[in-house]
Design a protein around this ligand. Structure first.
Ligand code: HEM
Ligand code: HEM
Length: 463
């Protein structure tokens, strides 16, 4: 049987679009639950405690993770000018990945959870995810070994390192050697859990999203990367700093003081890796912003980078204990989570998908207009979420500091919950539009020769 070039990346994109729809439906169910807690009448598989971890893991692994893995697999082959080492192995890893996500989610809905944030999936799902990461890494690594291009562009560094680090934090963070509980004991488990929870966004989503941005920005700008040296400073500094600042999630607990000091100072030092990436990319696209408005993939990436700046200004500030007195354990953090996981990494993942998909199928997207509608719905949705949740969080934080009781605070934030659920409808619509557009782009009629030529021109393969 003929193996289709880039078939793995294409199927990862399709999976991502499917998980995005499911994830937004779960998000709406969660948000509705917080507005009208009795609505679902205690139906066990719709209770908040089950749907919430389903929502977070569907989004992190299913939607954003799948799109970033698809883009990474395509990019590593493209920048090393070598076909993926094995498309067959790629497809095997894709199925293991998707089946593991499904197993984890179904088990959660049936009430089987390991109860640690972002690590709730039962152990068979954990084993599958680890296996999928290992196979994807092996495939990418072999591609690098067999590469035709001598120079390894910075995207490939981020992809390979991201995969290795994710495997390590996933293995330790889920305490895979203790399958029954997926945890160790007491306070050290809290430290371990947040080494993991922090790492899954910082060492899985972040490096892969940065790899995608480093690939797409110079191409859309039609300009070489401003500085390769700077890109390597960013690469090494994120690995050195991001790996051990997870304790900024648990500053209010009796963990050792030195861990808190490392976490807080490291959070401030995160300015270095973040700014090197952003400055490098801004200088690459300087004077060429118009090109990003013409290219739907570039447009998503650009928006993702703007959200990245905001996330990473907010992050170090909210790592300060004096700020956390107001912001910790309330909707302020939920705003930051959506900003980071969706605004930054999710938007860049979509940018990667829309930029790469036509290059795989050899014909333009089914509808650039639909992708544009999706872009605006998501942009408005994200801005709305951020404003509403931050405001709601500040009300909660203030009332806590003023000694208010929870039952008097809840009515105050009800309106923010209603707004969040309403804005969520934009996300649901956007996810369905995306799924439709992506399916139609993939299963469209094969391109005729003249269409192929037009596509090549449109996507810049010929002049
Ligand atoms: C339909 C749109 C969405 C709605 C209505 C929604 C709603 C929610 C709700 C109600 C929670 C629980 C908040 C709490 O426990 O107080 C939550 C958490 C979360 N959501 Fe969403 N969400 C949506 C879209 C997304 C997207 C697109 C992503 C990422 C790609 C995402 C990622 C997360 C994450 C990571 C959390 C955990 C936050 C934390 O614990 O700090 N959500 N979401
Ligand atoms: C400069 C970089 C960043 C710093 C210093 C930072 C700092 C923080 C801090 C201190 C918290 C805990 C707040 C609290 O509980 O009071 C937090 C939560 C969180 N951050 Fe960030 N952040 C950064 C970037 C990001 C990025 C890029 C993402 C996503 C890709 C992200 C995703 C999250 C999520 C999901 C949470 C919520 C965890 C939870 O409680 O469930 N952060 N961040």
């Amino acid at each position: 049987m003929k193996v289709e070039e880039n078939g793995t990346a294409k199927l990862f994109f399709l999976s991502s679009a499917f998980w995005f729809v499911l994830g937004t439906l779960e998000g709406i169910a969660d948000a509705t639950d917080m507005v009208v807690p009795d609505l679902f009448g205690g139906i066990s598989w719709l209770v908040f405690s089950r749907i919430r971890p389903m929502h977070t893991t569907t989004m992190i692994f299913g939607f954003v993770g799948s799109a970033l893995l698809g883009a990474s697999i395509y990019i590593i082959a493209a920048v090393l000018r070598t076909p993926l080492w094995s498309e067959r192995l790629g497809k095997v890893s894709l199925w293991i990945w998707n089946i593991s996500i499904a197993v984890g989610l179904i088990a959660l809905d049936l009430g089987y959870s390991q109860g640690r944030e972002y690590a709730e999936w039962i152990w068979p799902a954990d084993i599958g995810i680890l296996l999928a990461f290992a196979l994807i890494f092996y495939n990418c690594f072999q591609t690098a070994v067999k590469r035709n291009e001598k120079i390894m562009y910075v995207s490939s560094w981020y992809i390979l390192a991201g995969l290795v680090f994710t495997w390590i934090i996933y293995f330790f963070g889920n305490a895979v050697w203790n399958p029954e509980k997926g945890a160790i004991y007491g306070l050290p488990d809290g430290i371990l859990a947040w080494f993991y929870g922090h790492g899954i966004v910082g060492l899985f989503l972040t490096p892969l999203a940065v790899a995608v941005a480093y690939y797409i920005v110079p191409r859309v700008a039609r300009s070489p990367l401003y500085s390769h040296k700077l890109s390597l400073v960013g690469f090494w500094s994120i690995l050195i700093i991001y790996t051990h600042i997870g304790s900024h999630h648990i500053l209010q607990t009796p963990i050792p003081t030195y861990l808190k000091v490392i976490a807080i100072s490291g959070s401030i030092a995160m300015i270095i890796p973040v700014m090197t990436v952003l400055v490098n990319l801004w200088l690459t696209m300087r004077g060429r912003l118009g090109l990003f408005h013409q290219d739907i993939g570039g447009k998503f990436v650009m928006a993702g980078l703007v959200w990245y700046i905001i996330t990473c200004i907010q992050g170090p500030i909210q790592a300060l204990p004096v700020v956390q007195r107001m912001t910790h354990l309330n909707n302020w953090v939920i705003a930051h989570s959506h900003l980071g996981v969706f605004g930054f990494s999710g938007t860049i993942a979509l940018g990667g998908l829309y930029y790469i998909l036509p290059r795989i199928t050899g014909r333009p997207l089914y509808s650039t207009r639909l992708a544009d509608v999706q872009y605006w719905l998501l942009l408005l949705g994200m801005a709305g979420f951020f404003g509403v949740l931050t405001a709601g969080g500040l009300v909660q934080g203030n009332s806590w500091l003023n000694g208010e009781t929870v039952y008097r605070t809840l009515p105050m934030i009800h309106v923010y919950f209603v707004l969040r659920a309403s804005i969520g409808v934009l996300f649901v619509g956007a996810a369905f539009i995306g799924l439709y557009n992506i399916i139609r782009s993939i299963v469209g009629e094969p391109a005729t020769e003249s269409q192929e030529f037009e596509t090549e021109q449109a996507i810049g393969l010929t002049q």
